[in-house]
Design a protein around this ligand. Structure first.
Ligand code: SF4
Ligand code: SF4
Length: 507
């Protein structure tokens, strides 16, 4: 109901304030399970003593509610003086590891990374205890790179003075010098692949945080209009829903030449997901699968690329142009070509990203890992003397603020995120994203009745909270590095080390 939505006064104005956004399922998955036996006498001792709000007694009630054990820090709590298991006069409480926890995710998105992202989305801050929220367990990529912190930050640097702004237009042309408040924005997720409520939650968060989100290639739904100043629209090979008015509305127009998760393959939306609204938006037939071809059949050279960019620049004289490319071995040449063709942003999409809709064989075997792609492009642009005239954005598996720092220190200006946002709204990385009603959490579905599992207000608050936690963590890292802005981090490879060449503690 776009009109009704647009008429809701103030709906488009979203605050960046952190507010608690509890999990939407009764049994949130946590590392530990706390059981309260039937001999509990509801004395309330555990409610008083627990420092992590596992035990609650709602006001006006005598019974204590079921333990919120996903918050429990486990056996480390013993000996802290706040261990409910020992404090219970009835011996009614027991603690055990939760075997379901270890089944979450994979080696890149470990159970700890997933659960810590959930906690950040709930509370707006980094988890206080016991969760690894910086690196995964893939054994490669960013997981083998560490940040080299000095003994102490320079005296006089204050956290509140550290800037996290990212300038997107460095060309010195007639177009706006667009800047966003954090060095990340949301990547393309199409109407069709993702539920409308997830799309709107992302857009509202982008507005609250003065950053951007992206329509993906499924067209521009009317309900995004209130957030138009923060919505990138994508022109991909299928040209689904691409219109002059949607191009004119966007502050940034992104050409999607390829995706790091499936370079050399186009998009594929299974028939189950082509519901009536999706079919209407894409001018397609309900229930029939949709393919976007690879590549653009009108672009085989830098000259063709320039014609493409000229076309969009002509249609939207105020918009910035981004070229999203995967990371083939000649990605450095692609980036230089994009600059000379007139792009403001070159968006490098490496191989670690992608939802469950991207085939594993492609995700794991085709594109160059993003950490190589970034540094290669950064150095090539420096040698060409044009590094300060184009913005380099990296994506493909950016999971945490530590990953952002590593990407920027390798030479990117900022990053694009995707999966982390889905996890914040409850994704469990089950990998069923491609099928119609398959998403058990109502995130990557377009089926009636399933989309409402994520309410727009709840989804927005979870993402607003995640962004707040990430910014706090990013500022903390910059502070410890002694840097007064995120832009001062760019290309500082001296602030990184690789565990294979310089083993750290415990390696
Ligand atoms: S301390 Fe033990 S008896 Fe008291 S409310 Fe908690 S579980 Fe029940
Ligand atoms: S919970 Fe939904 S979005 Fe997450 S992996 Fe499963 S199907 Fe995909």
């Amino acid at each position: 109901m776009p009109e009704e939505f647009l008429d809701r006064r103030g709906y488009a104005d979203v605050a960046r304030d952190v507010r608690p956004a509890l999990p939407r399922y009764r049994n949130e998955i946590g590392r530990f399970s706390v059981h309260r036996a039937s001999n509990c006498i509801a004395c309330g001792r555990c409610v008083e003593i627990c420092a992590h709000d596992v035990h609650k007694r709602p006001e006006g009630y005598r019974p204590v509610t079921r333990p919120l054990d996903y918050r429990c820090i486990g056996f480390d709590c013993a000996g802290t003086g706040a261990y409910c298991i020992d404090a219970c006069p009835q011996g009614a409480l027991s603690l055990a590891s939760n075997p379901a926890f270890d089944t979450l995710g994979d080696r890149r998105w470990t159970p700890d990374l997933i659960a810590s992202t959930w906690r950040m989305a709930e509370t707006g801050h980094a988890p206080r205890h016991g969760m690894e929220c910086e690196t995964g367990g893939s054994g490669g990529g960013f997981d083998r790179i560490r940040i080299r912190f000095p003994e102490a930050p320079p005296a006089g640097l204050r956290r509140e003075d550290i800037s996290t702004k990212l300038l997107l237009n460095r060309r010195n042309d007639s177009r706006p010098r667009l800047a966003i408040d954090v060095p990340w924005y949301g990547g393309g997720m199409s109407f069709g692949s993702t539920s409308i409520n997830t799309i709107l939650s992302r857009a509202r968060t982008a507005k609250a945080w003065n950053t951007l989100t992206c329509t993906g290639e499924g067209g521009y739904v009317d309900r995004l209009i209130p957030y138009a100043g923060h919505v990138i629209t994508q022109v991909a090979t299928g040209l689904f829903g691409v219109r002059e008015e949607t191009i004119q509305r966007a502050p940034v127009v992104e050409f999607k030449y390829a995706q790091g998760a499936k370079p050399g393959l186009g998009g594929h939306l299974l028939g189950d997901k082509v519901t009536p609204p999706v079919a209407a938006m894409r001018e397609a037939v309900v229930g029939f699968p949709l393919f976007s071809p690879f590549p653009f059949h009108s672009v085989y050279s830098v000259e063709d690329h320039k014609k493409h960019i000229d076309w969009i620049a002509h249609v939207n004289p105020r918009g910035l142009i981004s070229a999203k490319v995967s990371t083939p071995v000649d990605v450095d040449m692609v980036a230089v070509g994009s600059y000379y063709a007139g792009a403001h942003i070159v968006h490098l999409d490496g191989s670690y990203g992608g939802t469950g809709a991207a085939p594993n064989i492609a995700k794991k075997n085709i594109a160059m890992p993003i950490e190589y792609g970034i540094s290669r492009v950064h150095r090539f642009l420096m040698a060409e003397g044009i590094r300060d005239s184009i913005t380099v954005i990296a994506s493909g598996g950016i999971r945490t603020p530590a990953d952002i720092v590593k990407a920027i220190a390798l030479g990117a200006d900022g990053v694009v995120i995707g999966t982390a946002e889905l996890i914040a709204v409850g994704c469990i990385r089950c990998g069923n994203c491609e099928s119609g009603c398959g998403c058990p959490r109502g995130i990557t579905t377009t089926a009636t009745g399933y989309c409402d599992k994520v309410s727009i207000d709840w989804g927005t608050q979870r993402l607003v909270n995640l962004y707040n936690a990430w910014r706090e963590m990013l500022v903390d890292i910059l502070y410890r590095l002694g840097l007064e802005s995120v832009s001062a981090l760019r290309g500082r490879t001296d602030l990184l080390f690789h565990l294979d060449y310089e083993p750290g503690d415990g390696e």
